[in-house]
Write a protein that binds this ligand. Structure first.
Ligand SMILES: *Cc1c(COP(=O)(O)O)cnc(C)c1O
Length: 450
């Protein structure tokens, strides 16, 4: 079948994620045939650099030989088995090896199959923990404005991005929102050097008012990804840890996007040297190979559910694909690579190069308001006016125009509104960075002259 035929059939059957399907009339889906490293190839052989890691999950490049072999080997044994009352070697080994990389105290692993499910699990767990330890009045969740935690009803309820949540407001859980740090447009007029995390007073106020009725607060540590790669200081997290302890509120760290080296440390909370009470991981966990997520917690929380069966304290939460053997095996491959190749440490060196090149090529552009970066993640916030930091009218879809041009030049940018970013696989090299920047520059220049 030729490309047009495949595209026609695709549109006949498939409702693509997070898309206005009418846009596809003008930009039909690109039919990908294969991938290798940071490259994707369509069925006509055209290459695309995957600088968004296929929605942030591809950690070590496409078609990695070690990860492929892990899957092939596991298929010789078993693909999947019921995970209630049954277990298997890959799951056990994975937990034991992950534990060595986790913040202190995180010891119990509850498996699911996608990020949103891991968030639901964390929210339910935090409520039930308090319910079973004499705090039945703790029924509220807190979260930060501009947060993103997935798209199921519970996850949307603790998210704050109108783009995904607004439509469903009438059916969401009522949640307490704290104004998040906004470092580019700091309401206190500070910059990164003069900042003393003044905005933390918003959290203090919220805890004073609602701390008593709150069972948990959920945050994306360091990096609010979907909000436009907004980065905030580690000190915010260390302060939050203390505040949570003071009010007996559990701290949930959503490390789904930030885990596995994306911020330069193994986990983003490591930047603050703190341990959350509950952590959710997914995306990089399997290197982007298999849908798997884990909600990890402490002995203290686990023990609040541990009782005689008839006490009815068990955590009755399950997913069919919990503990999937193929997912666990490929996740073991990811740990092999990260441990043996020192990938995260090496990526930190590449990250310096990437940031320097981004600044050289884009910082002086009239519409580049800010380049923010952590780990290999570099994001450009496009603005209409640099002085006032006024953004473009969203109806102009400037980011989307650049995205379409970039695809023509062989680059997968997929901006967040008017924020263009790279969040590439950790194994990207300098030559690939140069090529990606060259393609991005052409695309940006076509829409917003240099
Ligand atoms: C992607 C993401 C999720 C949701 O994960 P899904 O697997 O898409 O459900 C939740 N939180 C963060 C921070 C994410 O980046």
């Amino acid at each position: 079948m030729d490309v047009e035929n495949l595209q026609r059939k695709d549109l006949e059957y498939i409702w693509h994620p997070c898309s206005q399907m009418k846009d596809y009339e003008e930009l039909p889906p690109i039919v990908i045939e294969s991938g290798k490293g940071v490259m994707l190839y369509d069925i006509e052989g055209k290459d695309y650099i995957d600088v968004v890691s296929s929605w942030w999950c591809n950690l070590l490049g496409h078609r990695n030989e070690i990860l492929n072999q892990r899957l092939i080997d596991q298929l010789e044994n078993i693909e999947h088995v019921i995970f209630s009352n049954f277990t298997h070697r890959p799951a056990i080994e994975l937990c034991e090896r992950l534990a060595k990389h986790l913040p202190k105290g995180l010891k119990k692993f509850n498996f699911s199959d996608n990020g949103s499910a891991a968030i639901e699990c964390a929210l339910k767990m935090s409520f039930q923990y308090h319910y079973q330890t004499g705090n039945k009045h703790k029924k509220k969740f807190m979260c930060l404005s501009d947060g993103y935690h997935g798209e199921t009803i519970g996850a949307l309820s603790v998210g704050s991005l109108d783009l995904y949540a607004k439509m469903y407001n009438p059916i969401l859980i009522d949640t307490i929102r704290i104004e998040a740090p906004d470092c580019y447009r700091c309401p206190y007029g500070k910059d990164r050097d003069s900042c003393s995390v003044e905005c933390f007073e918003k959290a203090e106020q919220a805890f004073k008012e609602h701390g008593d009725e709150t069972c948990s607060i959920i945050v994306e540590p360091i990096l609010q990804g979907a909000a436009g790669m907004k980065i905030y200081p580690a000190e915010y997290l260390s302060k939050l840890r203390k505040l949570c302890d003071e009010y007996d509120v559990l701290l949930i760290a959503d490390e789904i996007a930030t885990g596995f080296g994306r911020t330069g440390k193994f986990f983003a909370v490591d930047n603050a040297g703190i341990s959350p009470d509950i952590m959710a991981i997914s995306k990089g966990l399997t290197g982007g190979y298999m849908p798997m997520a884990i909600t990890i917690t402490t002995d203290e929380i686990y023990n609040a559910f541990y009782a005689e069966y008839n006490d009815q304290k068990a955590f009755m939460h399950s997913h069919t694909y919990s503990g999937n053997s193929l997912g666990c095996s490929v996740a073991l491959g990811v740990l092999d690579i990260l441990e043996n190749d020192k990938t995260i440490e090496k990526a930190q060196v590449t990250a310096e190069y990437l940031h320097r090149r981004f600044c050289e090529e884009f910082l002086n552009h009239k519409n580049v308001g800010e380049i923010r970066h952590v780990g290999l993640i570099n994001a450009i916030e496009l603005v209409e006016d640099k002085g006032t930091k006024k953004g473009f009218d969203s109806e102009l879809r400037v980011g989307y125009q650049i995205y379409k041009r970039a695809l023509e030049y062989g680059l997968v940018l997929r901006p967040l509104g008017n924020v263009l970013y790279f969040n590439p696989p950790l194994i990207i090299n300098e030559a690939e960075i140069d090529l990606a920047i060259e393609r991005m520059k052409k695309a940006v220049g076509d829409i917003l002259e240099f």
